[in-house]
Ligand binder design. Structure first.
Ligand code: PGA
Length: 250
């Protein structure tokens, strides 16, 4: 049985004071939730304050990126060890915004996953097709290539979560239909079975991301292979993110 995972990807939002205010308001709204794993990914500058206010709660901390070297002359970068130091359990890797604006490739995603795993960080690895690729009928080819490249020589399947995020659905208000999500997730699970074996593939959570909201989360989560959500815009307000976490009540 895969435990659902709902993760907030705050992207470049929230100062330290806003982070503290969010967490103070959010914790009581979800403190009784036991059957869903809850993760928040603030920007780097808010990780330490988030760790402080999340201590002793049922909410886990994630970073949004990392660099693969342990230390050195890499101005502006942050290592896996530094993320462990501020009590991150997860790190998001390969988000489409990183691929689009910061030159992330399957090869660099692969290096980041290896560094994260070596440090004991769990990874939420993002993949997904653009609108152009979908319309050209290339969705499965793109997902297959991304999975093969990013997961090369990765063996720690128990430290891995996949987020399927169709690029055309991110921040656009356009959500994949539950059927479209399920079709992609089914395909991803088959690919994971080819790589890690069927039993292992059955244990890996595959999250859907792209305009997840309180109104559509339940229908997405009802799909057999949708095991959670990676939520951007709708995770910035405590009420809205709590409703998503509590999708079973909706
Ligand atoms: P969105 O972002 O929910 O604002 O579409 C999701 C994501 O990019 O992780």
């Amino acid at each position: 049985m895969r435990k659902p995972l709902i993760a907030a990807n705050w992207k470049m939002h929230k100062t330290t004071a806003e982070t503290r205010d969010f967490i103070t308001a959010f914790v009581p709204l979800v403190k009784d939730v036991e059957d869903v794993e809850i993760v928040i990914a603030p920007p780097f500058t808010s990780l330490a304050v988030a760790a402080k206010f999340l201590k002793g709660t049922n909410i886990k901390l994630s970073a949004q990126n990392l660099f693969w070297e342990e230390q050195g002359a890499y101005t502006g970068e942050v290592s896996a060890l530094m993320l462990k130091d501020v009590e991150c359990e997860y790190v998001i890797v390969g988000h489409s915004e990183r691929r689009q604006y910061f030159g992330e490739t399957d090869e660099t995603v692969n290096k980041r996953i290896k560094a994260a795993h070596a440090a004991g960080l769990k990874v939420i690895m993002c993949i997904g097709e653009t609108l152009e690729e979908r319309e050209a009928g290339k969705t499965f080819d793109v997902l297959k290539t991304q999975l093969e490249g990013a997961l090369k020589d990765i063996t720690a399947h128990d430290m891995l979560v996949i987020a399927y995020e169709p690029v055309w659905a991110i921040g656009t208000g356009k959500t994949a239909t539950p059927e479209m999500a399920e079709e992609a997730h089914r395909f991803i699970r088959d690919q994971l079975a080819g790589k890690f074996g069927q039993d292992a593939a059955e244990t890996i959570r595959i999250l859907y991301g792209g305009s997840v909201k309180p109104e559509n989360v339940a229908s997405l989560m009802a799909q057999e292979n949708v095991d959670g959500g990676l939520v951007g815009g709708a995770s910035l307000q405590p009420d809205s993110f709590a409703k998503i976490v509590r999708f079973k009540n909706s």
